[in-house]
Design a protein around this ligand. Structure first.
Ligand SMILES: [Zn+2]
Length: 145
């Protein structure tokens, strides 16, 4: 049975950060806010990975009926893909937490501008500002034909 699309593509619920007027970008409070989001997300993902692995094991033990085989194999490859995606995302989250620890979080890797709290809340692992991201995607499209 194919697994439903995961909800772990993005962090779960959190309270959006409300910076005080004139508050410094990526001060300790903001860094702590994003660390919390990332840690919560990581937790969700790791539980999801556990579930995927358990499901794979259950399916492996359930190969009794050959009629179900095709469906099961379909489910297998889907889950393996899901696992691969989860693994990559976990790696990315860990790298992002490291950046927070090194006080090197929230600035565009290409041009150095502030990525922005709202954008980071929507995509905590973002390393490019909107402009650079758009540019990168355009280049990618051109290269891909
Ligand atoms: Zn940029």
């Amino acid at each position: 049975m194919p697994v439903a699309e995961k909800k772990t593509e993005a962090p779960s619920q959190f309270t959006p950060y409300q910076p005080a007027p004139g508050e410094e970008y990526m001060n300790d409070k903001q860094l702590a806010h994003f660390r919390e989001i990332l840690l919560g997300w990581k937790q969700d993902l790791m539980e999801e990975v556990d579930r995927t692995v358990r499901h794979l094991q259950e399916e492996a033990n359930n190969f009794a009926d050959p009629a179900d085989r095709a469906t099961q194999e379909e489910g297998f490859s889907l889950e393996l893909r899901t696992r691969d995606r989860e693994r990559k995302l976990l790696k990315k989250i860990n790298e992002t937490i490291e950046k927070i620890d090194e006080d090197d979080y929230g600035f565009c890797e290409a041009c150095g501008v502030e990525i922005g709290i709202r954008r980071l809340e929507a995509r905590p692992t973002a390393t490019l500002c909107v402009d650079c991201k758009t540019l990168a995607e355009l280049k990618e499209k051109q290269l891909g034909g």
